[in-house]
Design a binder for this molecule. Sequence first.
Ligand code: ADP
Ligand code: MG
Length: 702
Amino acid sequence: MKGEGQKRARRVPGFAPVPAPDASLSGLGKGTLARLARLGIASKFDLVLHLPLRYDDETRLYALNEAPAGEPVLVEGTVVEADIKYRPRRQLLCHIEDGSGVLTLRFFNFYPSQLKQLAAGARVRAFGEIRHGFSGPEMVHPKYRLLHGVAPVAQALTPVYPTTAGLRQDDLRRLIARALADCDLEDTLSPALLEQLKLPYFREAVLLLHNPSPQVPQAALQERRHPAWRRVKFDELLAQQLSMRLHYQRRKSAGAPALRPRGRLAQALLARLPFKLTAAQNRALAEIRHDLAQPYPMQRLLQGDVGSGKTVVAVLAALQCVENGRQVGIMAPTEILAEQHHRKLREWVGGLGVATAWLSGSLTAREKREQLARVAAGETAIVVGTHALIQEDVRFHDLGLAIIDEQHRFGVRQRLQLRMKGARANKGAQPHQLMMSATPIPRTLAMSYCADLDVSVIDEKPPGRGPVTTRLFLDTRRGEVIRRVRDACVDGGQAYWVCPLIEDSEALQLKTALETYDKVRQTFPELKVGLAHGRLKGEDKARVMDAFKAGAIQLLVATTVIGVGVDAPNATLMVIENAERIGLAQLHQLRGRIGRGAEECDCILLYQEPLTDTARERLKIIYEQRDGFEIARQDLRLRGPGELLGARQSGEPLLRFADLDADLDLLEAARAAAGALLREQPDAARAHVARWLGTRHEFLKA
Ligand code: ADP
Ligand code: MG
């Protein structure tokens, strides 16, 4: 059929480029191979797994006067007349009739040869949506073909595949049909397991999906609820689970320095802290301590809501490494955060004789040279920094533990780079790795994408924290907000004023911050107002932060980037402008900056109308929820997993068929099956991974 629109390929985002095409596709031309590669197809088996986006129903032929409008239908008729019109724009019009009615086929893109084909008297079969236009019923750009003699209609639904420019549906169908005939479609799963899960055989499932019989309920196929779809989704989830577990096993067989818990430094720090660890912190710490003592690399994610106290746990872990004579690297995504960590660290361990260093992009060349020399010589035990930590020129003497804060803000490659720094120093043995995240990963994501990590959760906040009430204010009620800020700042109280968000332009963001600062100063002449934004120089930033912490600044105007990193227990109020434009995770993070003392706190979200549906929903969620896990779960629902995982997915294919929310039951089944399969039939497990991930398996190392 001609005139078929090219569907955008459902490419897997962040797909690693597929290397040399598999030999089994070698009969094809170079151009075709390149196009297939664009779709992520490198082998015949990839073709088998190239499943339809949707289906067209071309099994039923309608008479023109009975064909319903507004849904794709198959009709046929004899051409009465066809010609090219030039107004309002160049187009080919072809009028057909079938004795019951008439229909116009309209084409804006066409070849001159089509006019000849569609000469009066030719018989045409067309598939498309009928619309009742100005001049009667018409189909715009239908699929069509010319009929010669008897032409039976299709017996099955017609699959429509994701494709790419230059690769026609017909070509794809042909290639897939051949692959289905050539490939070994033997099952990788036992009949008993299939029976238990009520899933069909693999062969049965893919044959049905590529070539469904007219009896298959259409809705179940289109909505991917049919057992054949469920089988494919299950297989995909199983491959993901298996791949993660294989990596997990491989990691356990790699070497790492065993860092025994001696406890001298940790005890000294605990004795100096003005607080006691919570039970949740102690539990997480025990898990980490145990891992560090093993001779294979730890890869642990420390999860805990904003303010749950992850830093101190990480520092105690760092001390275990230092006691064993090895270095620790702590990497944070922003200067502010990294600097905050360094200051805290010096305050905590400076007196214990533990040398620390600070690496960032804002050091002068000389400072940097000095720091690098000390790090390379092993004179500094703990090195804190931003991305600067993984630059080429950084050499560790003996990195034993890499700590990554806000891990979702880093990519797989960056985390790997930090790990490799240690591997070089330790002659191949890998450092342990501790990742931290305040953006809790919902259970479904943790079960799928993070199944290769061990997870510790701090699910309890330090005691004695005041509750935070969230309030929504339409921008027109600024007056009231201003009164509340005044009230909050009397008697030594403090507040934050978070600037409106300007996306994608740092320069504009800076301008807005300065303007907001001026406005706020005019509004509150009696208050000491400070300004903090991402472009402040290191010292200035430190000065502002110190002043705010010490109470010398009462009202801190800040950009959203500063949100993470400030720690002022006296602040009881936060005003966030343009809250409707800020993502859920960030709102939750910002809000977490208050409620750190015993006082009751308010978080005021100023918003402007009109609100988009998503913005309205986000504000509702942040208003109603305070539990970070629930917020993350809702965020996942609103945004899809790609964004929530942040950079983690780069180089890692997201799921093509399964949907973590809708297919939770399959995910749980796949998780259970993966364990059993690896134990009982490791060969089948490997075959399953090879079938689904092929060469990509190698790219999945996080
Ligand atoms: P986050 O988990 O968001 O990184 P932080 O580690 O920054 O949280 O901790 C938030 C604040 O709570 C810090 O001021 C920290 O010193 C303090 N803190 C940490 N643990 C406790 C505790 N067990 N009791 C009281 N305060 C604590
Ligand atoms: Mg933190």
